[in-house]
Design a protein around this ligand. Structure first.
Ligand SMILES: [Zn+2]
Length: 108
């Protein structure tokens, strides 16, 4: 696996101390042996250094188990990505939602 790809993968995790997301530039590959990678990451926010050991296997496409139809899969595949605002909207909605689904679905 490419070093740049493994860095991209690791950039999707968050600092364990402050929760800030790592950037690709914050991650260094210390060594790797076949599927086993040792990396260090420095949080861009709180500057905590952490060590990461990861086993990354490539070449196997995960099997997809779904009850979506082909058309639905295509639709979601081409749908826009979730943004932080989408998550915040859902958070606010759930905060205010009392659990009354019948009222929710009768709203126009
Ligand atoms: Zn941090």
């Amino acid at each position: 696996m490419e070093e740049s790809l493994i860095k991209k993968l690791m950039a999707s995790i968050n600092c364990g101390v402050c929760g800030h997301r790592y950037e690709v530039d914050d991650i260094n590959v210390l060594s790797h042996n076949q599927d086993l990678w040792f990396l260090s990451a420095i949080c861009p926010d709180c500057h905590t250094r952490c060590l990461i050991a990861a086993i990354v296997k490539e070449g196997r496409v995960p099997e997809v188990i779904t009850d979506l139809t082909e058309a639905e899969l295509d639709r979601f595949r081409n749908a826009g990505k979730l943004t932080a605002d989408d998550v915040l909207d859902m958070h606010n909605f759930l905060n205010n939602f009392g659990g009354d689904f019948s009222q929710l679905f009768s709203q126009k």
